[in-house]
Design a protein around this ligand. Sequence first.
Ligand code: PRP
Length: 215
Amino acid sequence: MERVTLVLPRGRPWETLEPILRRAGVPGVAAADPDRQLVVEGERVRLLFTRPADVVTYVREGVADLGVTGKDVLLEDGSGIVELLELPVGRWRLSVAVPEAGSPWPELLAQRGESLRVATSYPRAAASHFAARGLTPHVVHLRGAVELAAVVGLADCVVDVVDTGRTLAAHGLVEVERIAEVSLRLVANTVSHRLRHAELDALARGLRRALRTSA
Ligand code: PRP
């Protein structure tokens, strides 16, 4: 069988994912150190590590057959790939948050209307959330630490991932709307999915088994 390339997210999602991949018996995982080594060459599986937001690019371009990333990333940029499996672990949410000391959210929204300024690393997801209620706010696209924008007045609100809620609280922000529940997903390149279905499916089945035993 030809080798399968799997691209995985570094950082927080990796902490959640690593024990599941180990239990699923994915080769190379036990020895992986994504902070130092971005490629793990194995006989049957090659592992690549990158930022969660870039996983989709490697899968879509066909450099990787499979990838794992968060639904937040897929909401922003999930076209041209196949979503195979939800890994019901690492559940976060994509939410709107505002400064606690400012006007209450409904008032703020009514006051600012079209001139609402939203800071986020998820510009498409944020725009489509507000578009659903007929608003086209000014979206400030930031690469991270978006809380800062609300703290210093660059934006009226932020759209960001919330897990424990500690980061929001530490910056005097409160969650006012949940846009989506977010969990990790196994995704596939469309061509690999068609032509290498058996190999990809074997890996997906291993993951399903590992998830069942961890439930
Ligand atoms: C994410 C997110 C928040 C934080 C939320 O940031 O952007 O800042 O985690 O987690 P919490 O609710 O448990 O505090 P991440 O650490 O991924 O880095 P980033 O700021 O670069 O996005």
